[in-house]
Design a protein around this ligand. Structure first.
Ligand code: DGL
Length: 261
C-alpha cells in the first residue's frame, strides 16, 4: 500500500475522541481512518501516570500494527501524560490534544477562565507548564469533571445525573465571573448543548477539536502523506466495550466492531 493510503490512527480512553474523529473526517474526507475506543479501561482520568502510559503504549502499538501513517492521541489525559514518551519511542508522527488555555487566556475580558478536565490532565506537568505560560494575571478555576466520563460511557449523556454534576461544577466558576469555559477532555464536546442551556450567554465554550484536525492536516502535508485518492475511504471504529454506546454517539453512521485489545 502506498504510504498516503495508509490510515490515520486515532485513540481515546473511550468514545469521547469521536468528537475529534468527526472533525478530522470532515476536514480530510479522503483519509482512511481507524479509531480505537479503549472503553474497557475508561476512565483514564483517575489512573496513575504509569498506567496511562501503559494503556497509551498498548493503543499505539495496535494502531502501528494496523499500518497507521500518523497517530492522533484524541485524549487530553493520554496526551498530557504520555505523548512525550510516545514521540521519543515510536517512528510515526503523533498529534495530541491539550486544553485550549491559550485562546481563553488571551481573550478573556473578565480575567477569569474556567477549565473542566480530568484529574490526570489537571495534575500533569504539561498542563501546568502551558497554564503558567499564558495565565499571568488571570484567574484560572480548575475543576475535575469527576463522574462525567463514566456517565457518557454508559450512554447517560443527557441524564438528570449529568445535569446535577454539571451544575455543581459550573457553580464555583460562575461565582468567579468566568467568561470562558475550556473543555479539557474529548468527551466533553458532547455536553455542549446542555452547557449552552446552563451557562449565561456571554460565557464562551472552547474546545480544541477543529485545531487538532487542522494540525493533523498540516503534519500530513509536511510529510507528503495526504491521501489525494477519491476512492471511498475505509473508516473503521473498534471498541473493547459496549459497541452500542459507540454507535449511538456516532448516530449509527459508521462501521463499528468489537475488538478485545
Ligand atoms: N477523553 C479523555 C480525555 O480527553 C477522557 C479521559 C478519561 O477517560 O478519564 O481526557
Amino acid at each position: 500500500m502506498s504510504n498516503t493510503k495508509k490510515p490515520i490512527g486515532i485513540f481515546d480512553s473511550g468514545i469521547g475522541g469521536t468528537s475529534i474523529f468527526k472533525e478530522i473526517i470532515a476536514l480530510l474526507p479522503n483519509e482512511n481512518c481507524i479509531y480505537l475506543a479503549d472503553s474497557k479501561n475508561a476512565p483514564y482520568g483517575n489512573k496513575s501516570e504509569a498506567d496511562i502510559l501503559q494503556l497509551s503504549i498498548k493503543n499505539t502499538e495496535l494502531l502501528i500494527s494496523k499500518g497507521c501513517k500518523l497517530i492522533v492521541v484524541a485524549c487530553n489525559t493520554a496526551t498530557t501524560n504520555a505523548i512525550s514518551y510516545l514521540r521519543a519511542n515510536y517512528d510515526v508522527s503523533f498529534i495530541g490534544i491539550e486544553p485550549a488555555i491559550k485562546p481563553a487566556a488571551l481573550n478573556t475580558q473578565s480575567k477569569s477562565i474556567g477549565i473542566l478536565a480530568t484529574k490526570g490532565t489537571l495534575s500533569s506537568h504539561l498542563f501546568h507548564k502551558t497554564t503558567d505560560l499564558y495565565t499571568d494575571g488571570i484567574k484560572v478555576i480548575e475543576q475535575v469533571g469527576e463522574g462525567i466520563v463514566p456517565l457518557i460511557e454508559t450512554g447517560l449523556l443527557e441524564s438528570d445525573e449529568m445535569k446535577k454534576l454539571l451544575e455543581t461544577y459550573l457553580e464555583p466558576m460562575l461565582k468567579q465571573n468566568i467568561d470562558y469555559l475550556v473543555l479539557g477532555c474529548t468527551h466533553y464536546p458532547y455536553l455542549i448543548p446542555m452547557l449552552k442551556k446552563m451557562l449565561p450567554e456571554h460565557v464562551k465554550i472552547i474546545d480544541s477539536g477543529l485545531a487538532v484536525a487542522k494540525q493533523t492536516q498540516a503534519v500530513l502535508a509536511t510529510n507528503s502523506l495526504l491521501n489525494t485518492s477519491n476512492a471511498q475511504p475505509a473508516i473503521n471504529l473498534y471498541s473493547n466495550g459496549d459497541v452500542d454506546v459507540l454507535n449511538s454517539i456516532l448516530e449509527n453512521e459508521f462501521s463499528t466492531y468489537y475488538l478485545d485489545f
